[in-house]
Design a binder for this molecule. Structure first.
Ligand code: SF4
Length: 688
């Protein structure tokens, strides 16, 4: 039910799933599931599920379709792709995936000849973090995040709210760390669940995090309480860093962050005292203000000064796992290159994960070349990518839009062809190979019931399409079992055992002292050291050391819109689930109590929010609280669905994405900073 991919066991009777529970043999799950994991049955038996292939009969967005057979659907799909390829070249087709199961489709699209694929996991989420840490340590963090909460003496969360974002093993490790006495610093403009457990809650002025991080470095360096031996052995660029942060004192930061200098100093000293067992959580959704790669760099440098990378209680290291692979032909190259700006406009954007907003822009402008087809796999492009109107305008220009999904989400209404996929309980998927776990593991997914209705697993759809497009050599296996057997061949685990237990774990080498030559270089940067000063950024014309750039404050009468997660929903995917809907049917707008009093608002009242560009949301309930700064308004992401075919979620709560008409793009990697929108409370008419 989310990207953490916990292991589940299912109780099945007469072909019906009665109960899901955590697989005790799965290292991330250890027998426990969160509420969403338990509610998987609600997805499987959701009466609104897409049930058969659908061909559009009305205008885009109207939601008028006729059911067709799989043969008709796949023939149509293949014919339209072939037609587009002959007219415009294969690159004119862009792929928008989300989720682990998309890899079969990714293979299909690469084999077809398009390099254009982009998922929100990069440009709307983890991208800046991965780039910032890779610039510093030579490698990013991956998923699950390798934060050694179990061993930490001090945990620092900056804009991340463990407990409201729930990933089973992470939240249990967090709770256990606190109960054995680990200290906690929470930096958040909102009094989050984590803040309520903290030793220090720092309600920072939004957008000023880099100033705080620089001031912390200043204290560690000027007071000599950083890890000198570690930096001497592994660091590069300390003199430049020292000179850079000299002026960034806690007093300087106080004026910017609105946090007392004494608190900044005290928290820096607490970190210095607990080093290296300091878990600076890198966060996950990190596209905030457009300077996000630089903020991630500041986090990474602070981690280095504390000697925490590769050390107990800090950030642990991945352990490589060797897996097998079928020999397949190389993918065709593209002379025209990518259309999303990855590697060019955005020099350090991931070419593997792509820049979604770059593909939207290319579709709108026809530059660097026309994009005529979108294949959308499990990604709600209207909820995941900000500036929704741009996405809608781009969609209206397409010759072909195909959506593969489980439920009739918003984007399905704009598709020419909708293909209904089987859920994770009904299908085989690519195994989870987790190298960034403390104990690395391989976990497999096996169907426990047959696909309902006329739904089909993603692997089957991709393989069928490959056959129709003459690309079958990229899928050289007849059944998923063969694919799985090949993959796990080099592992010291038998396939039968893996199938029986669901997961196999291996010995990890999580700390620097454990490393072996076969693990590769410790810091795979160009210098082989931790690059406190980044020559790569300098060469590209960016700041080689992070610098605070002022953010614009909300205009009078407006709040800064901030957003986050709830423990019982996943993105904009789970709001139609009957079990989860019963726990949280809608979101709320958190407003500071004195601001609410000034506006004459009352608890639970429904209001409409309007942003700086006049965009409005659906009516949303007000939650009045002292637990948020006066200049911010907070809501949980994922509500305010507009698809009438989602009978539970339709028009419930408000969509934060609808209010994000403005973004600040990170010039390093193309991510869309989304915390640059301001909203005010208006009443009356319904949002668009
Ligand atoms: S954290 Fe919860 S929703 Fe995510 S995979 Fe685990 S049980 Fe499922």
């Amino acid at each position: 039910m989310c990207f953490w991919r916990c292991g589940v066991l299912a109780e099945v009777a007469d072909g019906k799933v009665l109960k899901l529970q955590g697989n005790p043999d799965h290292p991330l799950t250890k027998g426990r599931l969160c509420a969403r994991g338990n509610a998987g049955i609600g997805l499987l038996y959701d009466p609104d599920r897409l049930k058969q292939p659908l061909l559009r009969t009305g205008a885009r967005g109207e939601g008028q379709f006729k059911p067709i057979s799989w043969d008709q659907a796949l023939d149509f799909f293949a014919a339209r792709l072939t037609d587009l390829k002959s007219k415009y070249g294969p690159e004119c087709v862009a792929f928008f995936p989300h989720g682990v199961a998309s890899s079969f489709f990714a293979t299909l699209m690469r084999a077809f000849g398009t390099p254009n694929a982009a998922e929100p996991a990069f440009a709307q989420c983890r991208g800046p973090r991965e780039v910032g840490y890779a610039l510093t340590f030579g490698s990013g963090l991956g998923s699950p995040e390798p934060v050694d909460l179990e061993e930490s003496k001090l945990i620092m969360l900056i804009g991340t709210h463990i407990g409201e974002n729930v990933f089973t093993s992470q939240v249990t490790a967090f709770a256990e760390a606190l109960s054995r006495g680990a200290k906690l610093i929470v930096v958040d403009p909102r009094f989050s669940t984590a803040a309520s457990k903290a030793d220090w809650w720092l309600p920072i002025r939004p957008g000023t995090d880099i100033a705080l991080l620089l001031a912390w470095m200043n204290v560690l360096l000027t007071e000599g309480i950083y890890d000198k031996d570690y930096i001497t052995s592994h660091g590069e660029g300390l003199p430049e860093l020292e000179a850079h942060v000299r002026e960034f004192t806690p007093e300087w930061a106080e004026a910017i962050t609105e946090l007392p200098a004494a608190e900044i100093r005290a928290t820096a000293r607490a970190m210095g005292q607990a080093k290296p067992a300091v878990a600076l959580h890198p966060g996950r959704h990190t596209t905030w203000y457009g300077d996000d790669t630089q903020r991630a760099r500041a986090m990474a440098i602070l981690t280095a000064l504390l000697g925490s990378w590769g050390r107990k209680g800090g950030i642990f290291l991945p352990t490589p796992i060797k897996t097998g692979k079928f020999a397949t032909p190389p993918f065709p190259g593209s002379k025209r290159g990518r259309a999303d700006g990855a590697g060019t406009t955005f020099p350090l954007a991931s070419e593997e994960q792509g820049v979604t907003n770059g593909l939207v822009e290319a579709t709108l402008t026809g530059k660097p070349y026309p994009i005529k087809g979108w294949i959308v796999y499990g990604q709600n492009v209207l909820e995941s990518i900000p500036q929704r109107q741009k996405t809608l305008d781009a969609i209206q220009q397409l010759d072909l839009m195909v959506v593969v999904d489980l439920l009739p989400m918003e984007q399905t209404r704009y598709a020419d062809l909708v293909l209904p996929e089987a859920t994770y309980l009904e299908r085989y998927d690519v195994p989870h190979i987790a190298e960034s776990a403390k104990q690395p593991f391989v976990a497999i997914r096996q169907p426990i019931v047959d696909p309902l209705y006329e739904t089909k697993p993603g692997w089957w759809i991709a393989k069928q399409m490959a056959g129709r497009l003459g690309l079958q050599e990229y899928f050289p296996w007849d059944f998923p079992d063969q694919h799985l057997a090949k993959l796990v061949e080099p592992l010291a685990a038998s396939l039968a055992e893996l199938k029986a237990r669901g997961a196999a774990t291996f010995d990890g080498r999580p700390y620097i002292d454990d490393r072996r030559p076969e693990d590769g270089p410790l810091f795979p940067t160009p210098t082989g050291k931790i690059e406190l000063f980044s020559p790569a950024l300098k060469q590209l014309g960016f700041d080689p050391l992070p610098r605070y750039t002022p953010v614009i404050d909300p205009p009078p009468g407006y709040f800064r819109l901030i957003y986050g997660r709830a423990p019982v929903h996943s993105f904009a995917r789970s709001e139609n689930n009957a079990l989860l809907d019963s726990l949280m049917p809608e979101n709320e707008a958190w407003i500071n109590n004195s601001a609410a009093r000034d506006l004459g608002l009352s608890e639970g009242q429904r209001v409409i929010l309007e942003n700086q560009d006049g965009a409005k949301c659906l009516p949303v309930r007000v939650r009045i609280t002292a637990g948020i700064r006066k200049d911010c308004l907070y809501m949980v992401h994922g509500f305010g669905h507009r698809s009438p075919a989602l009978h539970r979620a339709h028009d419930r709560g408000a969509s934060d994405t609808q209010l994000m008409t403005r973004v600040k793009v990170d010039p390093v990697m193309g991510g869309t900073g989304m915390r640059v929108n301001f909203v005010r409370v208006v009443e009356g008419e319904e949002g668009i």
